[in-house]
Design a protein around this ligand. Structure first.
Ligand SMILES: [Zn+2]
Length: 141
């Protein structure tokens, strides 16, 4: 996956959220991809993982996107500061869009490459900026 493809994927998130990438808008985006948001260390979040028999497996995660059997989750530690939660959700969104929903790239690249691509994706979304988003929208549609 090239940097240009990562930038394009990041732009899709900005487009979906209309340039306003806040925590709840990002949750909506992730849910639109068929993933359930699980807020770990909340009663509801813990219950979902227990229901699917994977609470112990993920109880210590800060954030992770997984496709477990027929269910897709993004698990996020609810105790993290809001800014960290947003960044981790963006990183996991990168894994969803670049890797999990794109099996060919998942197999092609190493775990280290996947991590750096997810970080680059998160960076691109967070540092695109609202003004640049509107300019990009006008010029590059
Ligand atoms: Zn990662």
């Amino acid at each position: 996956m090239t940097e240009k493809e990562i930038r394009k994927a990041a732009y899709q998130v900005l487009k979906y959220t209309n340039g306003n990438v806040c925590y709840s808008a990002l949750c909506n985006y992730i849910q639109s991809k068929g993933f359930i948001i699980v807020e770990l260390h909340t009663e509801a979040g813990n219950d979902i993982l227990k229901k699917f028999g994977c609470y112990e497996q993920y109880a210590n995660e800060k954030g992770i996107a997984v496709i477990q059997k027929a269910v897709s989750f993004v698990i996020i530690d609810s105790n993290l500061p809001t800014a960290d939660k947003l960044h981790i959700l963006l990183h996991e969104t990168g894994h969803i869009d670049l890797h999990l929903l794109n099996k060919s790239t998942f197999a092609d690249i190493s775990g280290v490459e996947r991590e750096s691509q997810a970080e680059l994706f998160a960076y691109r979304v967070q540092h695109f900026g609202k003004v640049r988003y509107w300019i990009y929208k006008l010029l590059c549609r």
